[in-house]
Design a protein around this ligand. Structure first.
Ligand code: C2G
Length: 131
């Protein structure tokens, strides 16, 4: 059984999120999603509209997702890979050159998938403000 792991805030869920989760699941048999906690979002400089509990419940309801865990620090990824016996970490291409993920290349396969064009939570918030 091949286990895939991905990370994200997944706020105001949109097709870009669903596309990455579907493609991540297609890489293996079991998909774990590490959803950023509200406290970690503050470290990332993000303020999600939905709380961690709501974002967790929403992501858990997606057919491609088998398990949701909290993402609380930048540094937990290597521990996550070992703890859950992860074969592949898959992320959107915006993370392709980041040190946060390069550190995993000895521990698992890294796959970066093209981002979905013309959609983002930030764009949704901007559009709604201008209505
Ligand atoms: N994504 C995408 N296409 C979009 C928007 C997002 O493919 N149009 C992908 C991102 O590349 C990421 C995932 O969807 O892989 C989740 O995106 P965010 O919720 O914005 O997560 P992010 O803030 O990138 O957090 O430690 C890693 C971070 O927690 C990732």
């Amino acid at each position: 059984m091949k286990t895939v792991l991905t990370y994200g805030t997944f706020d105001l869920l949109h097709k870009g999120h669903i596309n990455i989760l579907r493609r991540a699941k297609e890489l293996g048999d079991y998909l774990i999603v590490a959803v950023s906690t509200d406290e970690f979002n503050a470290i990332k400089g993000k303020k999600a509209y939905y709380s961690y509990e709501d974002r967790k419940m929403i992501v858990e309801a997606i057919r491609y997702v088998d398990k949701v865990i909290p993402e609380e620090t930048w540094e937990q990824k290597l521990d996550d890979v070992k703890k859950y016996n992860v074969d592949i970490v898959a992320m959107g291409s915006d993370w392709a050159d980041s040190d946060e993920f390069k550190v995993l290349q000895e521990a698992c396969e890294l796959v970066f998938l093209p981002r979905t064009e013309n959609i983002s939570t930030t764009q949704i918030k901007t559009d709604l403000k201008s209505k």
